[in-house]
Design a protein. Sequence first.
Length: 154
Amino acid sequence: MSVKDWQNVIDINLSGVFFMSQAAGKVMIKQGFGNIINTVSMSAYICNWHSAQTNYYAAKAGVVAVTKALAAEWAPHGIRVNGIAPGVTVTDQTDWMFKDPSMADYVKEIFDWTPLGRPAQPEELAGACIYLASDASSYTTGHVIVIDGGHTIH
C-alpha cells in the first residue's frame, strides 16, 4: 500500500470525523449541550482477511477511539458522542458489488458469515440513529452500536 493510499483513507474516514466533530464541538461547548453520532463500520471490529484494506480498518478503529475520547472530554460540557457501526449496507457506493457477476463469490462469502445472510437496507440503521439522537439515550455516551446482521459475532 502506498503512503498516498494510506493517507487518503485515513484523511477521509478518520481525520474527517475528528475535524467535523471538533467544529461541531466548538459550537456545542458554547451552548452547553450537544449530541454527535459518528459513522463507524463493523470493520472497526473485524478484518476481512481476503481484503487488503488495512488503512480502512485502522481508520474505522480510530473513529471508535475518537468517539470514546471525545465523549469523555466533552461530557462535562453536556455533549454526548456516540456512533453506529453498520455492516454491509445497500447504498450507491455498494450497489455495484451486488450487480457485478465477478463479485458474486465475494458477496456470497460475506453473507455466509452474516447470520442474517443479507445486507442491511439504509432504513434499518435509522432506529439506532433515532435512539442516539433522542432523549431516550440521554445517559448514553462513548458507545458504538453495531448494526451488522450478526457478522461480527464470529
